[in-house]
Design a binder for this molecule. Structure first.
Ligand code: SUG
Length: 442
């Protein structure tokens, strides 16, 4: 077995049947701007599955994470609603519609926020580590972590190979949004890497403007529990300018893979310091290739609107240079399309840009990169995990059949008040779990 057999597996979130535009995320311009619009959960899930199919066809190992059970009736019970499911939903719709929206949120689709992942090549105990993110900044997202932990523990159950950690304490000092603020760089996936953690504030620091969702303390705690080598770990502060322009996670202004870091000029508070720290940490392992996009070429507002950086940066089988799998909005925005055209004509590390339509998710602020959790895995690790969630085209067809048969093609926030919709959601998820061999998952 050589280092080359270790690959990056993308685990995409399968978009759930209650995907809606609830306007739940402060600081996320798309979520705020599309609040109250009618969503199309069927199209959303099919778009996500087509993205997965594209990568399967190209020869990537592609995984999927099933949607969490929604509505989350346990949450409504915790908020004091009682009686039958129907009574709880009707009462919440009447007196606390915001809580009902949170209970119905399909936000687990953005699996980049599910957890932070450190490959076994980077950890002192030689295991592959996952830490579920507490997502404590937004109410609807703070409900995800218990079930995310259960899902990860079910899929990666072999303790000898995997370490699955529950979320950090639910306090704003430990605010953690998972892999959306984490980048791993290396020479090749199987070799030792450098892990970059990007935080928006210190624990205890009060900041003005849009919420900074990741603290330095949270990032440090995860690096500790994963057993990362201090000299191969870098912590960098996200620029307040980026957060206040709507980059609520670092992955809205930065993406990296292998030795390449692609980022906006205003992504980091101290760009030179961050690059110097990365070069130091990479000493003896690889030579960093930074690709910085100047604000003069792509203004921050365009980067955020187009989601240029919320792309998947991939070592595409059979291609010499990296491929950027970008949302179609990047093609439709003049500055980012022009930048991409110039970039691929040059001789830098990114040689091609391919566009993908994930518009339903984009309208809630989730691009191609938000929809996937990257897990670098050795062949042994791939063999010892649950096989049902590793996809081929037949399984994608089966999942799409379930979606076509069970998902609505129109959903308004007011539809959440109908208790019959809850039954529809439970039935749809049961169909998906059965197609994935995960019937027992709660
Ligand atoms: O947390 N949107 C998500 C989008 C997450 C994107 N993830 C990454 N950048 N990695 C969020 O803000 C909107 C839901 C609503 O408004 O109903 C939402 O939760």
């Amino acid at each position: 077995m050589s280092l080359h057999d270790t690959v990056e597996v993308n685990f995409d979130g399968l978009i759930g049947p209650s995907h809606n535009y609830g306007g739940m995320s402060d600081g996320n311009l798309a979520s705020q701007g599309n609040a109250g619009e009618v969503s199309n959960p069927r199209e959303a899930a099919l778009q996500g599955l087509e993205k997965m199919r594209l990568l399967v066809k190209a020869g990537f190992v592609q995984g999927v994470l099933p949607p969490l059970e929604r509505p989350n009736l346990g949450f409504l019970a915790d908020a004091g609603f009682g009686g039958s499911d129907k009574q709880m939903i009707e009462a919440a719709a009447k007196s606390e519609p915001r809580l009902l929206k949170a209970a119905y949120s399909a936000s687990s689709m953005w699996t980049a926020n599910a957890a932070t992942v450190s490959p076994s090549a980077d950890t002192t105990d030689g295991r592959l580590h996952f830490s579920a993110a507490n997502l404590s900044s937004m109410l609807h997202r703070s409900l995800e972590h218990p079930e995310t932990t259960t899902t990860l523990a079910t899929l990666f159950e072999d303790d000898g190979a995997f370490g699955v950690h529950g979320a950090l304490p639910m306090h704003e000092d430990f605010s953690d949004e998972g892999a959306a603020n984490h980048v791993r760089l290396c020479r090749e996936h199987g070799g030792q890497g450098v892990e970059l953690f990007v935080y928006g504030r210190e624990a205890g620091e009060s900041v003005t403007g849009f919420p900074a969702r990741q603290t330095r303390l949270a990032s440090e705690s995860i690096a500790r529990s994963h057993g990362l080598h201090a000299e191969r770990t870098v912590l960098a502060r996200q620029s307040a300018k980026a957060i206040n322009a709507g980059a609520f996670h670092n992955d809205v202004v930065c993406v990296g893979t292998l030795d390449t870091l692609f980022f906006h000029e205003y992504a980091f508070e101290d760009t030179e310091g961050t690059l110097a720290a990365l070069r130091d940490a990479a000493e003896g392992l690889f030579e960093l290739k930074p690709v910085m996009v100047p604000d003069a070429e792509v203004p921050l507002a365009d980067a955020i609107k187009s989601y240029l950086f919320n792309s998947q940066l991939l070592q595409w089988p059979g291609e010499d240079r990296l491929v950027l799998l970008a949302p179609t909005e990047t093609q439709e925005t003049d500055s980012t399309r022009a930048f991409c055209e110039r970039m691929v004509e040059g001789n830098g590390p990114i040689g091609r840009v391919q566009y993908v339509d994930v518009r339903q998710s984009m309208r809630n602020g989730g691009g191609p990169a938000c929809l996937r959790l990257r897990v670098v895995m050795t062949p042994d690790e791939r063999a010892s995990m649950h096989q049902g969630v590793l996809l081929d085209e037949t399984k994608i067809d089966a999942l799409q059949d379930v979606v076509r048969a069970t998902y609505r093609d129109r959903l308004s926030v007011s539809d959440l008040a109908d208790p019959a919709f809850a039954e529809e959601c439970f039935a749809a998820r049961a169909g998906l779990l059965s197609a994935l061999g995960l019937e027992g998952l709660v």
